[in-house]
Design a protein around this ligand. Structure first.
Ligand code: ADP
Ligand code: MG
Length: 202
């Protein structure tokens, strides 16, 4: 079972990974966007870490809703409200249980990803974070490692696509041939989840 501490460690692991990969995320965004994705998420996840230290929420749902609120209020750009919605919806779906199982988490994440699709209007194949998140949620039933691999594959598979949502869509065909920054950061978020689970022997 996964408790509030597990979810806190997922968020701090994600924050560390965003710190490490910020330059790469920004480089990807400089090719098909405005070169701010790494710094946007770095600012957001630093605020998440600080808020979790200060408030120490005691359920999985409360950890994720607090993290989502921080992302919405600090990230700016398209990705802030989208990632914020992902975590808030997922947290809301977990309710106020003190511990949740893998299946419950998979179901809640599906609700979170549905929320992102509703808010942003993107579908799979539009070259967005959805292209990593949807396969990850589908694979989560087979375990955390399967979800990590599916998210990474989904992110890589955005390269030949033409963007149909977000800033990159303004480039039309010129968006082809570049990996999507948001799909790449989504793969980092899922990898952080798998790392946290593996560190626990889940
Ligand atoms: P901005 O585009 O406002 O500068 P960021 O650079 O932080 O915001 O994030 C860009 C990423 O956001 C894209 O790579 C894409 O994955 C994601 N994104 C943009 N618009 C949408 C959307 N409508 N639905 C889902 N994801 C989106
Ligand atoms: Mg950007």
């Amino acid at each position: 079972m996964l408790d509030a501490d597990f979810f806190r460690r997922w968020m701090t692991t994600a924050a560390a990974s965003v710190d490490r990969e910020a330059d790469r995320l920004t480089a990807l965004d400089s090719a098909i966007g405005d070169a701010d994705h790494g710094s946007n998420l770095q600012r957001g996840f630093r605020a998440v870490t600080a808020a979790l230290e200060k408030e120490a929420p005691d359920t999985p749902g409360a950890v994720l809703t607090l993290a989502g609120r921080q992302l919405i209020s600090t990230v700016g750009g398209a990705s802030g409200p989208l990632y914020g919605t992902l975590l808030r919806r997922t947290g809301k779906a977990l309710g106020d249980a003190a511990e949740v199982g893998g299946e419950q988490l998979a179901e809640a994440l599906r609700a979170g990803v549905d929320g992102v699709m509703k808010l942003g209007g993107a579908a799979p194949g539009d070259k967005t974070m959805i292209d990593a998140l949807v396969p990850a949620v589908e694979a989560l039933g087979s375990g955390f490692a399967a979800a990590r691999a599916a998210a990474e594959e989904g992110a890589v598979a955005t390269t030949p696509l033409q963007a149909r949502k977000g800033r990159a869509s303004y480039l039309g065909e010129r968006s082809i041939g570049h990996q999507d920054p948001g799909a790449t950061s989504s793969a980092l978020l899922i990898a952080a989840l798998a790392d946290t689970a593996e560190a626990d022997g889940e």
